[in-house]
Structures are given as C-alpha cells and as structure tokens.
Design a protein around this ligand. Structure first.
Ligand SMILES: Cc1cc2nc3c(=O)[nH]c(=O)nc-3n(C[C@H](O)[C@H](O)[C@H](O)COP(=O)(O)O)c2cc1C
Length: 230
C-alpha cells in the first residue's frame, strides 16, 4: 500500500476544507491510502490571530477583517480539528508522498509551518525524505495577497529536503484559465478566503485540489514500484 501524507495548518478552516478534497483525490488511485495530519499550533501567547483581538481595534482597515468574529471562527475551527492527529516527524518518514497545505501569511508560510519544517531539517543529512513526490496548497485573503508567492517560496525548503515537486498543469486544470476570482495556478492549489474570511473554497478549486491529490498519489505509487532512486 502506498501512503500519501496530507499535512496542513489551518486557522479558519479554508485549508482544512481543501485538505479533505485532496484526501479524496489521493484515494481515487487504487492501492494508495491518504493520512491527514495537522501541524501543531503554537502556545497561546504566540498565536497571531489571538493576539490581533487584544492588540487591534475594529476601525479603519481593521473593519474589513472583522477581528472579533475571526477569533470566534478560529476557536471553533480549532475545536472541529481536534480529532485530526497532530503531525510527527515519523509521519514524514513513513509517507511515500507528502502534500503540504497552509494559509498565506505575509506572502509566505505561517511560522507554525516553518517551525515544523525546521525540525524536519534533520532529514537533510539522513536523506530519509529524498525522492518522495510533494506538492503544495494555500489560501489567501485577497486575489493579489500572495498565494502564488507563497507556493513559489515554499518550494525552497522542500527542495532542501530532497522532495520532488509536483505542480498543477494547465491542460488538466482548465478551470484556472479564467478571468474570474478563482485560485490555483501551475504552482499548486489555492483558494481565496476574502478579507474577512467569509468566502469558502469554490467547486472549481475543490475539483483542482482533488486532481492534485490524485497526481501526487499516481507518482508516489509509481515510485514505490519502480524505486527510481535506489
Ligand atoms: C498573520 C496573518 C497574515 C496574513 N497575511 C496575508 C497575506 O499576506 N496575504 C493575504 O492575502 N492574506 C493574508 N492573511 C489572510 C489569510 O491568508 C487567511 O486568513 C487564510 O488564507 C485563511 O486560511 P485558513 O482558513 O485555512 O486559516 C493573513 C492572515 C494572518 C492571520
């Protein structure tokens, strides 16, 4: 059985929703099983969405973000995710393919994810993740808020780990060839949350998320049979 790990961090649930579509796509491929895990949250005092409630007012630009409601959303979503196992270094070692999902924070990955990846840095010297197919999905507040930047700059640590990056090709994903506000690009899956987080992933984004899962699963399965790096 080929194992694909879908590993994610989600504050408000958009990434969590995409991760379910990705799992469904992975499991379209015979002989491939998905495991969904979440990257651990920081301790309370460093969680930026909680700090925003105490440090910012809902006036000026802050009105657009509906911060008080966002913290309520955050607390609800964390509760809903409490049954998803917390990711470990062992999960990475056991997987034949790894798909990472996280929101765009300042045009890059959240610190929670970077912290987890830094711990995985131990595998640079052991080579235990080398040759495994990998892919990315993200979510951003606004259309030009940096989802493509996040996908592109997040490839860098994955290459340090020796993972083999899988994108989302045009011919199989015509939905992103549009003038409408739809996420996804050749670099991976993405969705738009809207400034106040009220937009949820649309049908096209969920379809493309499924296809990315399936694509990684196909490559992971082929690699477990062919063992091209042994
Ligand atoms: C600290 C922080 C930084 C953010 N930075 C960006 C940003 O650079 N661009 C953007 O479009 N949205 C930004 N957002 C909005 C998030 O991308 C949005 O809340 C996220 O995509 C929702 O995903 P989730 O529901 O899985 O948490 C930021 C949010 C937070 C809390």
């Amino acid at each position: 059985m080929t194992k694909v790990l879908v590993i994610y961090y989600s504050a408000f649930g958009h990434i969590s929703t995409l991760s379910e579509a990705i799992v469904n796509g992975v499991e379209q491929v015979d002989g491939v099983k998905a495991k969904r895990v979440r990257i651990p949250e920081f301790k309370d005092e460093s969680i930026c969405v909680v700090n925003q409630r105490t440090n910012q007012k809902e006036e000026g630009l802050g009105q657009h973000f509906k911060l008080t409601k966002r913290v309520e959303d955050y607390e609800r979503v964390q509760q809903e995710q409490s049954n998803i196992p917390v990711a470990t270094m062992n999960d990475l070692k056991e997987a034949d393919g790894i798909i990472w999902g996280f929101p765009t924070y300042l045009g890059s990955m959240p610190a929670q994810v970077k912290s987890f990846l830094d711990q995985a840095g131990q595998f640079c010297t052991t080579g235990e993740l080398e040759g495994k197919p990998t892919a990315l999905f993200t979510s951003a507040g606004s259309i030009h808020g940096g989802h493509e930047a996040t996908l592109l700059n997040s490839i860098v640590p994955l290459l340090h780990l020796g993972l083999i990056f899988i994108g989302l090709p045009y011919t199989q994903n015509p939905e992103y060839l549009t003038d409408k506000a739809v996420g996804c690009s050749p670099y991976g899956v993405s969705t738009l949350a809207g400034p106040d987080g009220s937009r949820t992933p649309c049908k096209d984004e969920l379809t493309m998320a499924g296809r990315l899962g399936e694509r990684v699963a196909r490559v992971a399965k082929a690699f477990t049979v062919a063992k091209p790096f042994e």
